[in-house]
Design a protein. Structure first.
Length: 211
């Protein structure tokens, strides 16, 4: 049972479960772009974390509050700076990095706020994405990129290799990487990610540690 609202935290998406498995029990956690709070609620219930959240949409904040979660409305591009250094053990950015205006600045803030960060994002180097661009000459629409180019919130798409190079530039180690394929199958990989991972991975999940 959830200690906050007396209800059980139900199953979560495959990618969120992988993120949750990377978090140590009892840790202090900030979930940035926490949506409806499904992941944060699961962590509070199953891993006894001291969890906080930040969410841009009012609807998301309302859903989190209904779950009994401690969540504030905020913008990752502007509001991460309000948190002091090392305020948390983990900071999570799940499928949000590509929707920020300043991904590099956001990563810098993540490594300041916590020694470890967990980041996931859709891989624009995935072979189906490449094929749609090559064969159709149009921006791709896939399972993890479901919106047309004029409707998507994603403004800074990157590939797995792009992300790895940025982490290296910022002095961030990739401690663990997990590739999620179209079928939902997850495959761990070692850093730095190779060309095959960049080709076959539809969604990447990374456990990061500042150097």
């Amino acid at each position: 049972m959830n200690p906050r609202n007396g209800t059980s935290a139900g199953p979560i998406r495959v990618d969120l479960q992988i993120v949750a498995d990377m978090v140590e029990s009892g840790a202090r956690v900030l979930d940035v772009g926490c949506g409806d709070g499904a992941l944060l609620d699961w962590l509070v219930h199953h891993k006894d974390v001291d969890g906080r959240g930040m969410e841009l949409s009012q609807a998301g904040v309302n859903a989190c509050v209904t779950r009994g979660l401690s969540v504030v409305q905020g913008d990752a591009d502007q509001d991460l700076r309000i948190y002091p250094a090392d305020a948390f053990d983990y900071v999570i950015l799940s499928q949000t990095l590509q929707a920020t205006r300043d991904p590099k600045g956001v990563l810098i803030e993540l490594k300041r706020i916590a020694p470890r960060a967990i980041v996931s994002f859709p891989n624009f180097g995935y072979w189906r994405v490449r094929w749609q661009l090559l064969a159709r000459g149009r921006m791709p629409v896939t399972k993890v990129l479901p919106d047309s180019w004029y409707e998507t919130a994603n403004i800074h798409q990157c590939t797995i290799r792009d992300f790895a190079l940025l982490c290296d530039e910022l002095g961030i180690d990739i401690e663990r990487g997990v590739s999620i394929e179209r079928s939902g199958k997850a495959r761990p990989f070692r850093a730095p990610p190779n060309a095959w991972i960049n080709w076959t991975c539809e969604l990447g999940v990374f456990l990061l540690h500042r150097k």
